[in-house]
Design a protein around this ligand. Sequence first.
Ligand code: SAM
Length: 288
Amino acid sequence: MPCPVQSDPPIAPRGEALRPGLYIVATPIGNLGDMTMRAIDTLSRCDAVACEDTRVTGKLLKHLGISKPLWRYDDHAEAKASVQIAQECGAKAIALVSDAGTPLVSDPGYRLVREARELGHYVTTTPGACAAIAGLTLSGLPNDRFLFAGFLPPKDKARRDMLTELATVPASLIFYESGPRLVKSLEAIDEVLPNREIAVAREITKLHEECRRGMGAGLVAWYEANPPKGEIVLMVGPPPEEEFAGDSDALLREALATMKTSQAAAHVAKLTGLERKDLYTRAMELKG
Ligand code: SAM
């Protein structure tokens, strides 16, 4: 079913002023074409834009033909600025953007959202590009469950400790990474999480977008020979499912007592994680 387009709330009809509050606005991660219409609309009608780097956001607004007061809101200013900006949200519509992508995802904003909510102000979001999600969709890794873990620590021991902590998480893992640190991180993953598929998505939505998937040693060799440039999302596939160690024949016999062969195979496949096709063949053998 198509998703209904809803324009009010959270966006006031065109031409009207935005209601006071905090507007979280995602911006592109490399391709200006990924600016959403709602993001442009919000930025054109807000009273001010809180941003990490006024030069970066200034360039984006200039490209869009928008001129707004820019308020600095970066990691250093975050604690103090959160209180001030949250107070302003009571009387003004303030857009929060980061340099690229979705604010708050490995970017400042969390404190500001909390403060604004605590003051009872309107808080809304204009979703859009996010490198973690874009990377996962490109990777071909299982995506029914994933865990985004931000940047891996730069120091060897801390990086290994974090990977060890995440080793048993039954989900694909997503990290942000930089070119110069990629090989070290791949080596650490290969050591701490052996036999796991890894994907590297680079320069997503830009001219040199690429995504490589493979095992640790192969990717280490590739990126040692081809030092990566640009921005990177590094992903690790989930741990292999534990092999069923019980007596599947006994389960099949029990199921066959009350079910048809195909139902019994499907039932035991669900219980054990074993392949339904193999269980069906085995069930036929057991039936003689
Ligand atoms: N908030 C942003 C988002 O929603 O994606 C992420 C901000 S975080 C400070 C920046 C990191 O995101 C980069 O170091 C890189 O790991 C990743 N990133 C951003 N843009 C990217 C792109 N176009 N391709 C691959 N990775 C990207």
